[in-house]
Design a protein around this ligand. Structure first.
Ligand code: TIU
Length: 221
């Protein structure tokens, strides 16, 4: 049965058995001092602030028996999945694959690449290591979601205008209906977060819908 979630640009009709939550890149690399986000020169404190809301959102999906997907931006240790154009970006010594304060930056298995303990996946949830900003490039996620009959994706995570927006656009092009939870996503740049949300909901929801977590909770109450 579909439930109506107040959202922008208009109500989002959610079908719980066809909807999955996608939590994008809530890994130490982006959120803790010493990770990729910090070495890029960003103040990571804005991102820490959404962790309780993302935890509440994950708990909401678990309570309702709905699928949760977690992604990590993660490259293989030999960097064979990191194109030179991505690898060579930024200052030498502070690039993907270089040694950082939490191990090698954005490399699978390193301490910095782990999802925050407060948001850790549990058995039965899907964890996707993605070499791109978007979650479909060089992953099997689309096939996995098709097999499970998922047609709607609810988005959270970081950063709003980079990996979240890229993944949402990729999902929109693949035919998923996409809802962004505004207070469960964040950027190092507040103006980029605001602009990304406006871009998503503009033109009748050209990329999808956006709403606060409380609106989703109310729809199920
Ligand atoms: N730098 C930045 O804003 N984001 C990324 O590099 N990756 C993600 O957004 N996950």
């Amino acid at each position: 049965m579909a439930l109506s979630v107040p959202a922008r640009p208009y109500d989002f009709s959610i079908e719980p058995n066809k909807a999955a939550l996608v939590v994008i890149d809530m890994q130490r690399d982006f959120i803790e001092p010493g990770g990729f986000g910090a070495v890029l020169g960003n103040d990571v404190s804005r991102l820490t602030a959404i962790v309780p809301t993302v935890a509440r959102l994950i708990g909401f999906f678990r309570t309702h028996g709905m699928l949760v997907v977690h992604t990590r931006e993660a490259h293989k240790p030999d960097l064979s999945d990191c194109p030179p154009a991505k690898r060579m970006r930024g200052k030498p010594g502070l690039r993907i694959g270089d040694e950082g304060a939490m191990g090698r930056i954005l490399i699978a298995g390193e301490p910095g690449n782990q999802i925050l303990p407060d948001l850790a996946p549990v058995a039965g949830e899907i964890v996707i290591d993605k070499p791109g900003k978007g979650m479909f490039w060089a992953t099997d996620l689309h096939q996995t979601l098709l097999e499970r009959g998922i047609t709607q994706l609810v988005f959270a995570g970081v950063t709003t205008e980079v990996c979240v927006q890229t993944s949402m656009r990729e999902a929109n092009d693949r035919g998923y209906e996409c809802l962004l939870i505004e207070d469960a996503t964040e950027s190092y740049f507040p103006e980029f977060k605001a602009a990304a949300i406006e871009m998503i909901v503009a033109q009748g929801g050209i990329v999808g819908w956006a709403t606060p977590l409380a609106a989703l909770e109310t729809a199920f109450a």
